[in-house]
Design a protein around this ligand. Sequence first.
Ligand code: SF4
Length: 181
Amino acid sequence: MRRPDPPNPTDEASEFVEAVWRCRQNASFPRELAAVYAKLDAHLAELGPVCWAGGACCRFDIAGHRLYITTGELAYLLGDADPPRPVAPGRCPYQIGPRCTARGRRPLGCRVYFCDKSVKGYLEASYEDYHEQITSLHETAGIPYHYVELTAALAAAANRPATGKSAEQAQDPPDNNPNVI
Ligand code: SF4
């Protein structure tokens, strides 16, 4: 019996990007995702984990970890602008110097990562909990769920035709709780 052909990575990437672009047309998803992020940020603010390294965690090639993003989170991260061009392997193109230029739109993985290992277990549990909530948002909105490594996801998105607005000009989507950083 002939084995089925392995999935074509190009097809998978274009399905993912197509799903992201469909999500960018969805008016309610960004508000709902913003509400989930706001709840998480409020929990983390109460916990008060410490950030020590000033952006070292965003240099994946040095930090030695990988960050994954869902379909809807990539749509939210892009906002209404073009995807940024890839910078270097293992680097997030939204990082300029130590600073995240997409802080209000950054995905779950960025929000729960802290150098403070005393709260590692809590942060891991929070990731699982909120990732489940974000997965449910995809199901409710009928948005195909994909879970893709961040730099690969951004590189795939960068192949999509331009909208003419640079990543630096992206507006944050509507935020239900703008007071939470
Ligand atoms: S989106 Fe921002 S916080 Fe997340 S990896 Fe990129 S620069 Fe870092």
